[in-house]
Every structure is written in structure tokens, then in C-alpha cells.
Design a protein around this ligand. Structure first.
Ligand SMILES: C[S@@+](CC[C@H](N)C(=O)[O-])C[C@H]1O[C@@H](n2cnc3c(N)ncnc32)[C@H](O)[C@@H]1O
Length: 540
């Protein structure tokens, strides 16, 4: 901290960040530095401090951009880029402000306080704007009362209760206001269900000696049996689990046929086929060779699928106190639902000293409000396949990948560095979804790629001309028409006969229809963006 003013620094980009070069380019293009000065004297000092805060937030957003956000960010976008990015960025800025408090003058502390308060308000209002509302069906659920009590007897500490939410099963509700940086839930390492449980089980000797048997598969087989073990030390946990998970892996034929023409159709078929092959390769032979350990009634295909769905929808990767990463089922935490704008972003590391897995809030959760977790940056198709739901709100990860010829990686070094040329795969999402950009709302790297690919040989255009006032109308027209020629047939491939009246349909058909509607919306909005781009060109 300098004598006359305050110096604040954001952490540098990490060398190991695979996106470092792209992020550095964005920082340079926008003349963003990671060090900030605030003067502490003079009348304008509060205004100046707020302007600096704005710049800090913009810089933090760039540091936290993920690959998809970088791809879709328009050249002039300053964010927000996604709820995840925004919450990470604001929390980083808050940490920097809070850690600069010590050993400084009162005057400087006041400014830092004022800025920290401002960031907390920004986090709060961002959360309110993007929160997912769910209706509570009942706020008591007996099996779960037992689960909470069992957890607390085993060292769980929590500010959450269990409630039942319409369309989402159980969820966690805050019993008091919990602020940013406070802990909503702590689960001791000793009750995490991970590979540690295997060595205690009778099947371990058999499985451990089997060729190609992974720890994940062993855990799957273990949970199929443990589910029915009356003496299990996780009896209360297993009793609290749903009888059916209703994920995409359990879709029936009718629901699958609704999905024809979408990529989800293939995704589910392939995932299911893989699981079938795995089941056939493992279970029948174990049951016939070791019928005392692997009871045939417990190792049916349906029960195998149940266990797969349990681990896919509830498994969390955790770094234990011994620094080893293990896939786990986490009692109590497994009750938290997912949101695009979650309260809890980070939760994967057991505290070395207390041996507790802590769930700390990245945005405040008021008493009575559902407390959400982030399961990860997943598309709707992934969430349907492995979790069985589509989150409410605009999911920035809902993209349609495009199978268009991108330059080979080895050709890239010979090209000028442009906003588009360093991307080897392309995709679209709803234009304007999460963040609007110029370029008709379409991703700049895709447009740059198509502009370069479609330009007439005798006109040499720099692909970065998207922002240039000189527009090659013919080239622009060719780009937009090409995109329409890709998306029109995609739309035609989606029949709409099944998109009406889902009132009496079963859960899987409803979910498939919901997904198809989303897929259709992405395609039609891209076509609309291209059409209005063409109209714009007509008037130039
Ligand atoms: C880790 S569990 C969460 C607890 C779960 N609701 C239960 O009753 O067991 C994950 C499952 O919760 C449901 N879920 C999570 N987030 C949801 C959301 N935003 N909307 C609807 N269902 C959700 C899905 O069924 C998902 O597979």
C-alpha cells in the first residue's frame, strides 16, 4: 500500500492456465492492467475509487473467463459474461479489498470498507436478478429429518434444513441468513463415501484382482449391495435416496423419439449403450462365479442403472486431507440442487486441519431461501442425460457445436493473430444470450472464420474487420447466407408434432419436449439473427 494512496493488485494470470495467451490478448486489447491506484485525498476520491472498482471488476472478469466465455465475448464486451464468471470475479475483488485492510490508515480503511460494501451489494443484487425460484411443496420430509439428525450425530454442522421443491425433489433451505464468505454446511471427511469403504467390504479381494476394474466401477458395485445391507453404517443415507432417479439414462423409447434430430438423442443412446456393455461384461460373470458375494437379485440391469444414476447425479470429486482426489457421495450435501447462479461455487477440498469439507457461500442466502450449489459448467444436454433436469434461466453453456472446417492447428502459426483464427472448433448459442455483442449477436471467432473462408480470392480482407467501418457487403452476405444454409435444414430435421400438449405425458417425454423446445429456440434465434443481419446489409 503506497504512502499517498492505495495500491490494489489482482493476482497475475497463471502460467499453467491453458487460456493464458487468449486472456493476455484480451487484457492488452482493452489496455487492462492488474494493478490499481486510488488516491485518498480530495473531494473526488470516492468517485474515483468507484471508477477504479469498476476497472478491477472488469479485469477480474477477464482472469476468470473460461473457454466458452472467451469464444462468445464480443470485442467490446466488458461483461458480465456468465453468473459463474461474475460471482468468481466479484468474490476475488472482495478478497483483495478485505486482505488490504490490515496495517493501513483509518482514511484508507474507510475507502476499502466502502468499496467492499459496494461489492457485497453487487453480489447480492446480481444473485437476486439471476436466482431460480422454486416452489416449496413441503418443508418437512421424514426420511431426511433422520438423515440430518444422523449427520449431526456424526459431526455435520449446518445452517440448512431439508425441504421438498416442486419439480426438483429435495433441496436445502437456509434456516438463517448466511452471508458471503460464511459456511452453510460442514461435512466431516469420515462420513464421505469413497474408495475408502471398499477395503472394508467382502467384495474388495475379488474386484481388486479383476483385470481392467476401475475404482469407480468397484464403488458402483459396492453401492448396489450396500443399498440393501441392513447393517450398513450408511443405512440412513441409503434409506433417504430416491427409488428412481429419472435421468436421461432412464428415458423410454417415446421420449427418445421426441429427441430425434437433436444431439441429445445420440448422447443418451451412446451413454446407455456404453453402460449396457459394461454391465454385460461385469455383472453376469461375477454373479455366477461368486454368487455368495454378488447376489444375482441385487445385480440386475435396473439396479446397475440406478447405481450409475446415483453416482452421476450425486458424485462429487473431493481432495481429501491427504491431498488425494477421490470420487465421493457426500451425505447431506447431496441434497443441494443446482442453479446457474449458485450460492456455493467451490466445495471440493477437505480442510487439512479440521478434516471438514466446507461449503462456503459466494453469494448471500436469506433465511427461507433455497441454497444452491453449482454442479459445474454444464450444458442442458449434459444435465438432462446425467441429472434429469433443465435449469431455469439462460444457460450460457447451451450451445450447438458446428461441424465446419476450421484451420488445422499447425496452419495457425502462419496466420496473423486475429480474434477468430486461434479457434479450431466453432459453435453457436442464442444470440444475445447472457451477453450481447456486435456482430449480429453471433460469436466473433465463427464470423471471422467464415469471413476468411468465404472471401473472394482477389479481395484480401483482414478477419479482424468485424469492427471496421469498411464492410465488404458481399462477403458479409455470404457469411450470413452460409449460416442460414446450415441452420435451416437443422430446423427442418426437428419435427414439431410432439411439441404440443405435454399435460398428461410422463416425466421423460415432458423433459425431452422441454429440451427439444430449447434446441429449437437456439436454432431459430440464430436464423433470425442472420436474417436481420441480411436486412441490415440491404440498407447499408
Ligand atoms: C445431488 S441431487 C440433489 C437432491 C435431489 N433434489 C434429491 O431429491 O435427491 C441431484 C438431483 O436433484 C435434481 N435437481 C438438482 N437441481 C435441480 C434443478 N435446478 N431443477 C430441477 N431438479 C434439480 C435432479 O433430479 C438431480 O439429478
Amino acid at each position: 500500500m503506497s504512502e499517498g494512496g492505495i495500491t490494489l493488485s489482482l493476482p497475475p494470470l497463471l502460467e499453467k492456465d491453458p487460456l493464458i495467451a487468449k486472456k493476455q490478448k484480451v487484457l492488452q486489447a482493452r489496455s487492462i492492467t492488474l494493478e490499481f491506484q486510488i488516491s485518498v485525498s480530495g473531494l473526488a476520491c470516492e468517485d474515483e475509487a468507484l471508477q477504479v472498482l469498476d476497472k478491477m471488476v472488469q479485469a477480474a472478469r477477464v482472469l476468470y473467463l473460461d473457454e466458452l466465455e472467451l469464444y462468445f465475448a464480443g470485442e467490446d464486451d466488458t461483461g458480465p459474461f456468465s453468473p459463474r464468471n461474475e460471482l468468481e470475479s466479484l468474490n476475488l475483488v472482495l478478497d483483495v479489498l478485505s486482505s488490504s485492510h490490515q496495517n493501513t490508515t483509518n482514511e484508507k480503511q474507510q475507502i476499502l470498507h466502502m468499496l467492499a460494501d459496494r461489492v457485497v451489494k453487487m453480489i447480492e443484487s446480481f444473485g437476486i436478478k439471476h436466482t431460480e425460484e422454486m416452489m416449496i411443496e413441503k418443508d418437512k420430509y421424514d426420511a431426511n429429518d433422520l438423515l440430518l439428525k444422523w449427520g449431526e450425530d456424526n459431526g455435520v454442522r449446518t445452517k440448512l434444513q431439508i425441504a421438498h421443491y416442486e419439480g426438483a425433489g429435495r433441496g436445502a433451505v437456509a434456516v438463517e441468513d448466511v452471508n458471503v464468505g460464511e459456511i452453510a454446511l460442514e461435512v466431516p471427511e469420515s462420513i464421505l463415501i469413497s474408495e475408502e469403504v471398499l477395503s472394508e467390504s467382502d467384495m474388495f479381494q475379488v474386484l481388486n484382482g479383476t483385470d481392467g476394474m476401475t475404482t469407480e466401477t468397484m464403488l458402483l458395485l459396492w453401492s448396489m449391495k450396500e443399498r440393501y445391507n441392513p447393517n450398513s453404517r450408511f443405512r440412513v443415507y441409503f434409506d433417504s435416496l430416491p427409488q428412481e432417479f429419472n435421468t436421461g439414462l432412464s428415458f423410454g423409447i417415446d421420449a427418445l423419439s421426441v429427441l430425434e434430430g437433436t444431439l441429445l438423442f445420440e448422447e443418451i443412446l451412446q451413454a446407455k449403450q456404453h453402460l449396457h456393455e459394461q454391465y454385460e461384461a461385469i455383472c453376469p460373470v461375477l454373479c455366477s462365479t461368486y454368487p455368495d458375494i454378488f447376489l444375482p437379485t441385487l445385480y440386475t440391469w435396473d439396479k446397475f442403472l440406478w447405481a450409475c444414476e446415483l453416482w452421476y447425479s450425486n458424485g462429487i470429486k473431493v481432495v481429501f486431507a491427504d491431498r488425494k482426489l477421490r470420487m465421493c457421495l457426500v451425505p447431506i450435501a447431496g441434497l443441494l440442487n443446482h442453479s446457474l447462479c449458485p450460492h456455493i461455487l467451490h466445495y471440493g477440498k477437505v480442510d487439512q486441519v479440521s478434516k471438514l469439507l466446507k461449503f462456503t457461500l459466494s453469494r448471500p442466502c436469506k433465511e427461507g431461501e433455497q441454497c444452491y450449489l453449482s454442479y459445474g459448467s454444464y450444458s442442458g444436454s449434459h444435465l438432462v442425460t446425467f441429472y434429469g433436469f433443465l435449469p431455469k434461466g439462460e444457460n450460457p453453456y447451451d450451445v450447438i457445436p458446428l461441424d465446419i472446417d476450421a484451420p488445422k492447428v499447425e496452419d495457425l502459426s502462419s496466420q496473423p493473430s486475429t480474434s477468430g483464427s486461434d479457434w479450431t472448433t466453432h459453435m453457436v448459442r442464442k444470440p444475445g444470450s447472457f451477453k450481447k455483442n456486435g456482430n449480429y449477436g453471433l460469436p466473433p471467432p465463427l464470423l471471422a472464420h467464415l469471413r476468411a473462408a468465404l472471401q473472394e480470392d482477389d479481395i484480401v480482407l483482414h478477419p479482424e474487420m468485424s469492427n471496421s467501418s469498411i464492410i465488404n457487403k458481399e462477403n458479409e452476405r455470404a457469411v450470413l447466407e452460409t449460416l442460414i444454409s446450415i441452420f435451416d435444414p437443422m430446423m427442418e430435421g426437428l419435427t414439431d408434432a410432439d411439441c404440443h400438449d405435454s399435460g398428461d405425458s410422463s416425466w421423460d417425454i415432458k423433459l425431452a419436449q422441454e429440451f427439444k423446445k430449447l434446441h429449437r429456440e437456439i436454432i431459430s434465434s440464430v436464423i433470425a439473427a442472420c436474417s436481420s443481419g441480411l436486412e441490415m446489409l440491404d440498407h447499408l
